[in-house]
Design a protein around this ligand. Structure first.
Ligand SMILES: NC(=O)c1ccc[n+]([C@@H]2O[C@H](COP(=O)([O-])OP(=O)(O)OC[C@H]3O[C@@H](n4cnc5c(N)ncnc54)[C@H](O)[C@@H]3O)[C@@H](O)[C@H]2O)c1
Length: 336
């Protein structure tokens, strides 16, 4: 795919009196909530949209959204992107950060229709409405899952062969975004690599491992633990996503990886040290759709986003384990 340089025909050049306006879809999610906080801090006026879907406990999402409205002053629209009047919701916005979606590889094998709905259908509607409402740019949250078991490090122009319905629906959505880009409408897709940190989704490995370790439960290990991941700390992902609003390019995908190269066995060694006890490991076969290695080539992120991940894996994972510990302590305190 060719990198298209863009000039901005209708970019808003904010003066010191003007605030830039944007919409964040998936605002109640793990990454969307952190992104919104950062955008508000940077001076953007943020409208958030979320349907509080049942991908995991909606209470977690409602609590995050309520916190954002209370402390960051964002406005919130609750509903399904496939049903809402999005043209109205997007009016006056310069950028739509489209993070809403159904994430998670394993569940996608048994719930394909929901993945199609929340990823592909929702993205189609977001794109049509964004263009109609005069939005300058859509920044789409794509995924390293589009690469499947490709050759590492994954380069954006490599052949793509996702191995799960999740990866396929993210690739289809990403292609819809990029093909939509033209002289009047900009789009970039960020391929996030395994995002972690405080607030991580409850279905993700690091959080599940930490919760099990801290409650003395066995850790469910899928495969032999030699699978390797390019883990990316959530604040680094947020910085890259904010930068994508003004990246001098459109119609292309950009990897966002943390530059870590960590095996699951190394994750467990760190966890053992953080909790200070031996771990009980409950071994299971490799899960369907689980790729063996992910590793991002970051040349494009460096040149177009000025991106350089700041948080090394051990430090970021320690913060996530502390967050899980505090959360468990609080719940225990509430129920006691
Ligand atoms: N977390 C990761 O490691 C990771 C990696 C690669 C890509 N991504 C992508 O980044 C995005 C955010 O991921 P996350 O981990 O924060 O997930 P998340 O599930 O915490 O957040 C997604 C949010 O989107 C909302 N949503 C889903 N479908 C919707 C619909 N049809 N209408 C309105 N709202 C809807 C959900 O309610 C949820 O709050 C997703 O698109 C995901 O595919 C995440």
């Amino acid at each position: 795919m060719e990198v298209q340089a863009v000039t901005r025909p209708h970019a808003v050049e904010p003066t010191e009196y003007e605030q830039r306006r944007c919409v964040v879809t998936g605002v109640a999610g793990f990454i969307g909530s952190r992104l919104s906080k950062r955008l508000v801090r940077d001076g953007w006026t943020v409208a958030g949209i979320d349907g509080f879907t049942d991908s995991y406990d909606p209470v977690e999402k409602v609590m995050r959204a309520a916190g954002l409205v209370r402390t960051s002053g964002i406005s919130l629209i609750v509903g399904d992107l496939v049903e809402l009047d999005l043209v109205r919701a997007f009016e006056g916005a310069e950028v739509v950060f489209h993070l809403a979606g159904r994430a998670g590889v394993r569940a996608s094998f048994t719930n394909e229709d929901r993945y199609e709905h929340d990823n592909v259908l929702a993205t189609k509607r977001v794109l049509a409405a964004a263009r109609q409402a005069g939005v300058r740019r859509v920044v789409y949250a794509s995924s390293s899952s589009v690469y499947g078991n490709g050759q590492t490090p994954f380069r954006e122009d490599a052949a793509l062969a996702p191995i799960s319905p999740y990866g396929r629906t993210k690739l289809e959505s990403e292609r819809l975004c990029l093909r939509n880009a033209d002289a009047d409408f900009e789009a970039v897709a960020l391929r996030y690599f395994t995002v972690y940190g405080p607030g991580q989704r409850p279905d993700m490995g690091l959080r599940l491992f930490a919760e099990a370790a801290l409650t003395g439960q066995p850790i469910k290990l899928l495969g032999d633990g030699t699978q390797r991941r390019d883990f990316t700390y959530v604040c680094d992902v947020v910085v890259a996503t904010v930068a994508a609003a003004d990246a001098p390019a459109s119609g292309l995908a950009i990897n966002v990886g943390g530059g870590s190269d960590v095996s699951v066995l190394e994750v467990l060694d760190l966890l053992r040290a953080f909790v200070g006890t031996e771990l009980t490991i409950d071994e299971h076969p490799f899960a369907r759709g689980d790729v063996r290695v992910t590793a991002a080539d970051l040349s494009r992120a460096h040149s177009l986003l000025g991106f350089q991940a700041q948080v090394p894996f051990a430090a970021g994972f320690e913060r996530e384990v502390s967050w899980v510990r505090e959360r468990l302590d609080r719940n225990v305190a509430i129920s006691a």
